[in-house]
Design a protein around this ligand. Structure first.
Ligand code: FES
Length: 105
């Protein structure tokens, strides 16, 4: 069962970067790639420092944590570079009516 919620204006997104949103008790990062694709993951890094990924550096489909430069694939949440080892959650996201929608179900 899906549970789409409206979390941001499409204009809040910037190509090649992420933004942080709080939705239903989740801290979520929403990214827009240079190619214009939109993805969403947990915003808090799974490594010990719990860096905020919305403040990290986005390269292609990888987000680099600003604290210790570990990386995750924003499509799946999989850890792709140490010291990150544990995956984070990824969430379905869509743009509709000029708004950004997240499915947190
Ligand atoms: Fe993210 Fe250490 S807190 S890599």
């Amino acid at each position: 069962m899906s549970n789409w919620i409206d979390v941001a204006d499409e204009g809040d997104l910037f190509e090649g970067a992420g933004i942080g949103v709080a939705a239903q008790g989740h801290d979520v990062a929403i990214y827009k790639t240079e190619a214009g694709e939109v993805y969403a993951t947990d915003n808090i890094c799974s490594h010990v420092g719990h860096g905020r990924l919305c403040d990290g550096f986005l390269e292609g489909h990888e987000i680099e944590c600003p604290l210790h430069q570990g990386r995750f694939d924003i499509r799946s949440g999989a850890a792709t570079l140490e010291p990150c080892e544990e995956a984070i959650r990824s969430y379905p996201v869509k743009i509709e009516g000029g708004r950004v929608w997240l499915d947190l179900a």
